[in-house]
Design a binder for this molecule. Sequence first.
Ligand SMILES: NC(=O)c1ccc[n+]([C@@H]2O[C@H](COP(=O)([O-])OP(=O)(O)OC[C@H]3O[C@@H](n4cnc5c(N)ncnc54)[C@H](O)[C@@H]3O)[C@@H](O)[C@H]2O)c1
Ligand SMILES: [Zn+2]
Ligand SMILES: [Zn+2]
Length: 346
Amino acid sequence: MMRALVYGGPRQMALEDRPRPDIEAPGDAIVRVTKTTICGTDLHILKGDVATCLPGRVLGHEGVGVIEDVGSAVTTFKAGDRVLISCISSCGRCQDCRRGLWSHCATGGWILGNTIDGAQADYVRIPHAETSLYPIPAGVDEEAMVMLSDILPTGFECGVLNGKVSPGSTVAIVGSGPIGLAALLTAQLYSPAEIIMIDLDDHRLEVARQFGATRTINSGDGKAAEAVMALTGACGVDTAIEAVGTPATFELCEDLVASGGVIANIGVHGTPVQLHLERLWSQNIAITTRLVDAVSTQMLLNTVRSGKIDPSPLITHHFSLDDILSAYETFGRAAETKALKVIISP
Ligand SMILES: NC(=O)c1ccc[n+]([C@@H]2O[C@H](COP(=O)([O-])OP(=O)(O)OC[C@H]3O[C@@H](n4cnc5c(N)ncnc54)[C@H](O)[C@@H]3O)[C@@H](O)[C@H]2O)c1
Ligand SMILES: [Zn+2]
Ligand SMILES: [Zn+2]
């Protein structure tokens, strides 16, 4: 048996004893989880925003561990290898995988901790292991690696690449949680002139300044749009990144985007948002959405390994798996606890 954090339906979860997973397909690997974490998306699941995730599911789509066992088709990994788990499982062979849309893999995508059991447990089964796990190079910080399972690829692919951040451009990131901060870190690879971070939480905005934000705005007074207009000569920003997942923050991005700009949505949305086409139809903007494909994971791993990007200050708290409910509590009350990423060690 093993311990696992099980989703019980909206606002319900429990740490339970579950049978250890077995190899089910030749491409599977069983990973003994050594570090995992909680994502804003897990909070969305607990709010009931993610319809595909049914009660009884073991949550978690991020982590690192050690291979315990591999299926007969796995040749590039063996028991004992230290690996990074990608939040996206991809076969590498189906039509969508072959056009780079790994998040829409016919037999994978974001399934971990969603439609199959996830990594907030002692052990996890990883399908398509050869193309969904990454070897951890010797000497790198394992906890920093956990930031590569989801948040760095997500901030980079859904925010920075889709948002076309470019040298000298202006960027606003709405949401200074781990994902917004990951977008902030990776946006700087492209040298934009301004990166304005917006949140309700002054502590997270302080962290954003330490991470390279040129300006920060607390939007609690409802005047963030005016503040951004004042900072940008009434133009708005070339890239408005939505990193929260609520109607209010998407609509704020509609108010911030400059003519010719991009709204790059990252947030997981559970309800409709208002699209103000009566105002935006003539503004030559683009709106992008993306489920992270995790196609940039190896590149980002190289930047972390070389020290070009250091995500480790994102890690604020540590818990044992037995205390995972406290970890959720701490992560869910971030404004009071100052939590960003919490590391959970089975
Ligand atoms: N597209 C993808 O593939 C993908 C992948 C991972 C996460 N996500 C989503 O990205 C979003 C961010 O994730 P996270 O882990 O950083 O979440 P988080 O909950 O830790 O952070 C959200 C931040 O938004 C701020 N916020 C809330 N309401 C606000 C408002 N009205 N104005 C300004 N700021 C506000 C909060 O203070 C918080 O700092 C979530 O919706 C998550 O589900 C998407
Ligand atoms: Zn996630
Ligand atoms: Zn595929």
